[in-house]
Write a protein that binds this ligand. Structure first.
Ligand code: HEM
Length: 497
């Protein structure tokens, strides 16, 4: 046989093999009687993703279509088979009662070649359990409370910077200021200070090293097909040494942590921050330098992007809802006068309406469209004939649940009254999943809330926010960012009070 014929046979054979494998994969749910939309070749059920729709829209539509008749449905995130949970009792079972079978997220990571990606969010099984136990004391309410003054300091700088920007001759009140970037500098600086005792300086210098690295992380577009394949074939991906993080980001964190730890060890520096606690775990032989770096990385990423997105969308809604903004400001002023004009931790706790506003923002603009868990053993879905097979990924459609009109009537309306204690009590506990649920929920939620509330309090006390001709109404979420972000920036008019 001529070389050309061999080549043609090989190519045809490979194409047929790929076609056969994908067809088999895409018929998985049909063969088990689990409903799902017909997947398209390669793209599964997310063909419109990043073209005409974002993941929030896709999942909201899917959820609305099936939620009244099904407890679970099938879905293909590209080639990755996923079971979407549509029933809140079932979600509760999986996150809490039967958590032992759903400890993992099943995210691909490669500890050997890409150690910074082996952080608490990605770790699975025994590794996750051990790490979570080691890190839990770092996030105790006492430890978090002790970082409160640091956050207030950074929030005061934010107020000063905003004042300077507002006084600048370049500020055009018809257009307003783009606040999304500015707020991300605030949260970068708070997490930098509180977690690593470091003045990132991104508020004062938007081109600082940390702003640059935050941007690289935020703008990094995963090659979704590669990640999807790595998730399905983690062993092969590890053999091929596939990495998840950009080299620049890994190097930056590995160098930064090594230098800071060495400096502190050599000079005997003790700081009241997360890194200090991680260093103590290293001393007792519980963590290696690479493991510390991975946790520092995830604290940094989870600590600035999530809170920054929440605070930005919150200010956007307050700009559109002046009555809510005024009510919030009245509360802030009243509580502060009751606390001698000083923003203390206790004063922040007393600002109940502000907390309701934050919760409502996190309902309407939850940072992650969905959460994932992976089955360790076959799981028999209670009161049905369905089995979720071992190794299957289950998806909790958080954003779709937060927009379910049966749970939140008129879901597009921004209404903090949904989060009075009485209203929360009336709803199913799984109707709100902004910080996840069960033992694998957000470990940093207290810190995240504090970043948002302190920022909100000092901004509203000092400024009035309103919409301009450049404010996108209704605001659209970016199709490309990993976590919730706006499509074209958030422009608001800012007036000093
Ligand atoms: C407004 C702020 C925040 C929001 C909305 C948020 C949201 C979330 C969500 C939804 C999860 C997944 C939970 C689940 O799967 O059940 C999560 C996990 C996590 N978050 Fe946060 N987060 C915030 C702030 C923070 C902060 C400040 C830190 C650290 C300093 C942090 C660190 C983590 C870590 C390490 C995990 C993984 C936990 C594990 O797998 O054991 N988060 N977060």
């Amino acid at each position: 046989m001529a070389l050309l014929e061999v080549l043609v046979c090989f190519i045809c054979g490979s194409v047929l093999l790929i076609y056969w494998t994908l067809s088999k994969r895409f018929s998985y749910f049909r063969n088990r009687g689990i409903l799902h939309d017909k997947p398209s070749f390669i793209f599964g059920n997310v063909k419109e993703y990043r073209r005409t729709k974002n993941i929030y829209q896709i999942l909201q539509e899917y959820y609305a279509k099936y939620k009244n008749t099904e407890k679970i449905v099938g879905f293909f995130l590209y080639f990755r088979k996923v079971v979407i949970l549509l029933d809140l009792d079932l979600i509760k079972d999986i996150c809490v009662k039967d958590f032992g079978n759903f400890t993992n997220r099943g995210n691909y990571y490669n500890k050997k070649d890409d150690p910074v990606a082996a952080h608490l969010f990605n770790l699975d099984g025994v590794d996750w359990r051990k790490m979570r136990t080691k890190l839990t004391p770092t996030f105790s309410s006492g430890k978090i409370k002790s970082t409160f003054p640091i956050i207030v300091d950074v929030a005061n700088t934010l107020v000063e910077v905003l004042e300077d920007m507002q006084n600048s001759p370049l500020y055009d009140t018809d257009v307003g200021m783009e606040i999304e970037d500015l707020i991300s500098h605030y949260t970068t600086d708070t997490i930098g200070s509180a977690a690593f005792g470091l003045d990132c300086g991104s508020l004062r210098d938007p081109n600082s090293k940390f702003s640059d690295i935050s941007k690289t992380i935020l703008d990094f577009r995963h090659n979704i097909i590669i990640v999807s394949l790595a998730n399905i074939f983690p062993k092969v991906a590890r053999i091929l040494r596939i990495k998840i993080l950009p080299e620049k980001v890994s190097k930056f964190f590995l160098n930064f942590v090594r230098q800071t730890v060495t400096f502190r060890e050599q000079t005997g520096t003790q700081r009241n921050d997360f890194l200090n606690l991680l260093m103590e775990l290293r001393k007792s032989g519980d963590l290696t330098m690479e493991e510390i770096t991975a946790q520092v990385y995830i604290f940094f990423v989870a600590g600035y992007d999530t809170s920054s997105s929440t605070l930005t969308f919150c200010l956007y809604e307050l700009a559109l809802n002046q009555d809510i903004q005024n009510k919030a400001r009245s509360e802030i002023n009243e509580v502060l006068s009751a606390h001698k004009g000083i923003l203390t931790y206790e004063a922040m706790i007393d600002m109940k309406y502000l907390l309701q506003i934050m919760y409502e923002t996190m309902r309407k603009y939850v940072v992650t469209a969905f959460l994932l868990r992976q089955t360790a053993e076959d799981y028999f879905v209670p009161n049905t004939d369905y089995v979720i097979e071992k190794g299957m990924t289950v998806l909790l459609p958080v954003d779709a649940i937060h927009h379910d009109p049966d749970l939140y009537p008129n879901p597009k309306l921004f209404d903090p009254e949904r989060f009075t204690a009485a209203e929360i009590e009336k709803r199913h506990p799984m109707a709100y999943l902004a910080f996840g649920r069960g033992p694998r929920n957000c470990i940093g939620s207290r810190f995240g809330k504090m970043e948002v509330l302190v920022g909100l309090c000092l901004l509203l006390k000092n400024f009035k926010f309103s919409a301009t001709k450049k404010t996108q109404i209704p605001i659209k979420s970016s199709m490309f960012k990993l976590l919730r972000a706006s499509e074209e920036g958030v422009y608001l008019k800012v007036e000093k009070l």
